[in-house]
Design a protein around this ligand. Sequence first.
Ligand SMILES: Cc1ncc(COP(=O)(O)O)c(C=O)c1O
Length: 326
Amino acid sequence: METGHDSCINRMNQLIHEVGNVAVPPPPAAPVTPVVPIGRHGACELFAKREDLVDPLGLGFKVRKARWTFARAEADGVTDVIVDGVNESGCCAAAASLGAAFSLRVHVFFRGHRPERPAGRLLQTIGSATSVAFVDPDKPALTAKLRKADEIREQGGKPLLIPIGLSTPESIWAGIELAAQICTYEEEAGIPFDAVIVAVGTAGTAFSLEVGGFLLGRPWQVVGVCIDDESPADYSLVLAELRRDAQALFPQLPDAGDLEFACLSDHRGYQIPSARAAEEARIVSDRHGLEFEQTYVAKAWAGGLEWLAEHPDVRRALFVVTGGLS
Ligand SMILES: Cc1ncc(COP(=O)(O)O)c(C=O)c1O
């Protein structure tokens, strides 16, 4: 008999087959991350998808994005990838840690100041990247990235500029992979979700989950929770580009999705702590022993609970723990 696992993975493999010329990466350290129940919110049963367990560094879903992106890059003969992010960036850390596995050199531009004694994730990223530089945090890093790309070309290499948040066209496959795992859980546990809640940085993760849900025939509402004080309209450019990429791969996708954006009521800037998110994260930690990363996950969790309070019809919701502690 075909199990839920087989049927969802088969459907994903069929999509890969239909698209053709897809560079499929080898699976990550933990190919399938668990779904765990995490209590109730009103009438809604809550579950968490532990993407923070996908790799030993807790880089989570960014590892899936990097794997699919790097597999394509390697197949295309790319020699060097160029990324940028804040000092604590999970994208930069994921890119740096995975470069060697795909025979890629990884150049990182940190939008921040070099601390006297780098520590934690920054230190790890510096340790595994081919080169690092710190650029003015108030300016886009594009000029520096383009200059690096020229340098690499002059030396006979083939550079690839990675967009912010690792939201590349290939990262759409990472979302489909995640959606296939969610759908597997639903079929095996007999628990269908009404909503899937996820943090929004560039909105690439939320969008690719929506694409995956659509292609695998899952009717979830994907709710993207903005974790800073930008308006959802600011995501429209990234989304429009990703939607074009996705439609080029899958002509059956509708022109407009139903991705919903939610915000946390004490809407704060990027990396600015939210008292409300900290309190909700403490409750989850006390009750379920789950420690939420603060910049994205705790804010998305608290914003997701607020969204659920306004949607009492949602009976089962899945919260994607996109990454672990930095
Ligand atoms: C832990 C975590 N969750 C969510 C996101 C947001 O992902 P996206 O940029 O695809 O919206 C990030 C991005 O850096 C992240 O590090």
